[in-house]
Design a protein around this ligand. Structure first.
Ligand SMILES: [Zn+2]
Ligand SMILES: [Zn+2]
Ligand SMILES: [Zn+2]
Ligand SMILES: [Zn+2]
Length: 743
């Protein structure tokens, strides 16, 4: 049974019982809550049932499965379908036992070689050698190794590999003399190929330099790890801990670069291809855990560090597919495990001190988190050696700098130990509810009917960042978060004066979520009432409503229905507007235009859209979403028919509207700017009459659009992301045009 279903049933049962009443009354600490649950025989019996069921359905390594998958891979390989053979070899490696693993990896390296992916091929060859590829076949891998380096024009490394082949073949008595002759023939061929190379190893240092992770502005902060020296962490009773600028900070400066204390990759789907230890995308060449099937890493180093740091206790759970079922509790287990092995005392304490809101969360939620903590504690004691190998005093109690936040448990008894560990699990779950941080990746996707790629953020993992967690929330923050693998990079998006507070946005942003909805989200998940500028300033209170407002006839401002009657946000007039029939007519024209576009009747579509635009402009607020959509479609139709300049003139209005709504530094605006330059560049390249004023104007505009888009991408994500690089490419195209133009 799925954990969530099981948990609901258990929760239902317990909610009418004594334990729940106790928890409702007494919940001063995690330890107090857990003391009602961890020793209760009924709760334990239920958890035992579920755990035993999971154990039975666990997924283990399987020689036969590995062989089956490898054979499928070989079939694809023989058909020269190298790309489809690679995931099959990876799957085979995941199930492989002993020798089979190195063989699956070696086969994968062959497929990579034929796909000209020499870098990954070399990586797999190394890996296969290190994990015990059969000795008598080893020469094959070194031959491939030499071939890769020859392709990469790296003479020195190719010669090293060739020497290795000779050495192995000479020393190996399992290879027949005849076979040896064949091999040496191949070796001499490789030698002559290598000797013809000038040693120009591919040099991509310029690229790595561009992609280097940034440092914090000014210098790093001795008292506030991972933060810039420009920040102080302060405490007041009303604000709790919060972050203040101790000097003037400029927009764009990097304020934090933080590695998470722990994180877990979301694995709802098998396609999430990020290393479970460092969050780096592992591409075609992941390395599976030696014991479980589903956990993949980018390198042997990550595999080893994960194993000794926490995975040895997490691995049986991975086989039982627990991670996919228990949600945020998976991360709380990992925080506990990393906490037990970490040697960084200060960091350990930063985590322990994070807010739990134990007195504010609902008792129902507390009960659910508590039950999960019981299950995980029993899991650790039944299926791992955690309780027998970890000295709880050394691994936890001794690490506390402030012992008042430690739990008061007798860890000399078995039940005391379980109470202690389960209290940590409950604490971390509570902390993660309000401090867990989504780790996102920027992804480019080309939408249908749209040649233009747009970028959006995709959540790939959840992590805990104790330093960044010190920032309070605002619905109009002055920083932005971005990620480089697991590292969280925080940049200022506004100038922040000395003494000003630095605000993060916990999720609901005033440009994306209406005020009442924001307030509710923040109360429910973070247990506070937001009093930020955007929530309290009357001018900003109905910010989002503007974009679905009517036009005020007095002042052209925005008229919106507030508690039943229409009024103007800008001049206070209370007009009795009724435009229902016009709105319907405009919508009909808009729909009809779509039909025309489908029938490729562009002129008729434009005709209808312009009528629609006229109506909408006469009655709707100037940045109304429907006006923007109409302008956007007109721009698109002009672009389809190659009337670039007309297209540009309409899309410019879209840019103004999007900037108004999402902000001039928003990724939404960058997407629009990117789109318009996709129209500008073909015009500039195709137009033969380059002496006109229009042409010169378009040149100037294009440069402005590209500069702005680049600036937004840099601020939001830094120069290492693909969106930035795409714009960079366009900027180069523009410079080529300008060069021809002699400007
Ligand atoms: Zn890794
Ligand atoms: Zn494992
Ligand atoms: Zn707010
Ligand atoms: Zn007005």
């Amino acid at each position: 049974m799925q954990w969530q279903t099981f948990l609901d049933a258990v929760n239902c049962k317990l909610r009418n019982g004594r334990i729940f009443q106790e928890i409702k009354r007494n919940r001063r600490s995690e330890c107090e809550v857990m003391s009602y649950l961890i020793g209760d025989p009924d709760v334990r019996k239920l958890m035992l049932l579920w755990l035993q069921e999971q154990l039975q359905s666990r997924e283990s390594k399987s020689s036969s499965k590995a062989k089956q998958l490898k054979d499928l891979g070989n079939k694809e390989f023989q058909r020269k379908n190298y790309a489809s053979s690679i995931p099959l070899y990876t799957k085979s490696a995941q199930y492989a036992v002993a020798d089979e693993l190195s063989i699956a990896i070696a086969n994968r390296s062959a497929a990579l070689y034929y796909m000209d992916n020499f870098k990954d091929c070399l990586k797999d060859i190394d890996l296969a050698i290190n994990i015990g590829y059969p000795k008598k076949l080893l020469y094959k891998l070194y031959i491939r190794n030499a071939q890769c380096y020859i392709k990469l024009k790296n003479r020195v490394m190719a010669e090293v590999a060739i020497e290795k082949v000779e050495e192995i073949v000479n020393a190996c008595n399992e290879i027949s003399a005849e076979k040896k002759d064949d091999i040496f023939k191949e070796v001499s061929l490789l030698k002559s190929l290598a000797s013809n190379l000038e040693n120009i190893a591919e040099n991509d240092s310029s690229r790595t330099q561009l992609c280097q992770r940034p440092d914090v502005a000014f210098e790093s902060n001795a008292n506030f790890p991972f933060a810039s020296a420009a920040l102080d962490c302060k405490y007041t009773p009303q604000k709790g801990r919060h972050v203040i600028a101790n000097r003037d900070i400029q927009k764009g400066q990097v304020l934090f670069v933080e590695k998470p204390f722990a994180f877990v990759v979301l694995d709802q789907n098998d396609s999430s291809s990020f290393c479970r230890h460092c969050c780096h995308p592992y591409g075609a060449v992941p390395i599976p855990c030696k014991t479980c099937v589903g956990t993949l890493y980018c390198s042997s180093e990550c595999l080893d560090n994960a194993w000794s740091g926490y995975h040895k206790w997490e691995c049986p759970g991975a086989q039982m597919r627990m991670g996919q079922q228990i949600g945020i509790a998976h991360l709380s287990l990992k925080v506990l495990l990393v906490g037990s092995t970490t040697e960084d005392k200060e960091r350990f304490n930063e985590v322990q001190k994070l807010v739990t809101n134990i007195d504010k969360v609902s008792p129902d939620d507390l009960l659910v988190y508590g039950i999960t903590a019981v299950m995980l504690t029993m899991y650790l004691s039944m299926y791992t050696d955690f309780f027998t190998t970890v000295d709880l005093k050394k691994s936890f109690a001794d690490k506390f700098i402030d012992s008042s936040i430690d739990f008061n448990c007798d860890v000399t008894t078995e039940s005391g130990k379980q109470l202690y560990v389960s209290s940590f699990l409950l604490r971390h779950t509570l902390q993660l509810i309000c401090n867990g941080h989504a780790i996102t990746k920027l992804s480019l996707d080309a939408q249908e009917n749209d040649k233009v790629a747009t970028v959006h953020q995709e959540r790939i993992a959840t992590g805990i960042y104790p330093a960044v967690s010190m920032m309070n929330h605002s619905c109009d923050p002055n920083i932005i978060n971005s990620f480089d693998d697991q590292y969280l990079i925080v940049k200022a998006t506004k100038d922040i004066p000395a003494g000003g507070e630095v605000f993060n946005c916990y999720g609901p942003h005033f440009r994306r979520t209406p005020r009442d909805e924001r307030q509710e989200i923040l109360r429910n998940q973070y247990c506070f009432t937001c009093t930020c500028e955007a929530c309290t300033n009357p001018e900003l209170q109905y910010f989002l409503e503007r974009f679905s407002s009517l036009k005020c006839l007095e002042c052209s401002g925005a008229v919106f229905k507030i508690s039943g009657s229409l009024s103007c946000f800008d001049c206070g007039a209370t007009p009795a507007l009724n435009h229902n029939s016009e709105l319907r007519e405009a919508q009909n024209l808009f729909d009809a235009a779509h039909v025309c576009i489908e029938m490729e009747n562009d002129d008729e579509a434009l005709n209808k859209l312009k009528q629609c635009l006229n109506i909408r402009r006469s009655i709707l607020y100037k940045h109304h979403q429907d006006i923007i959509n109409t302008l956007d479609l007109i721009g698109k139709v002009y672009a389809i028919s190659g009337r670039w300049l007309d297209s540009i003139s309409y899309l410019e209005h879209v840019i103004t509207g999007i900037g108004e709504r999402f902000g001039t530094d928003s990724i939404e605006l960058a997407n629009e700017l990117n789109k318009i330059t996709d129209i500008c560049l073909p015009y500039l390249q195709e137009e033969t009459n380059t002496r006109t004023k229009q042409y010169k104007n378009a040149l100037k505009k294009t440069r402005r659009f590209l500069d702005h888009a680049k600036q937004i991408m840099d601020l939001n994500y830094g120069p290492w992301n693909s969106g930035f690089q795409e714009i960079e490419k366009k900027a180069q195209q523009l410079s080529a045009i300008l060069r021809n133009f002699n400007i």
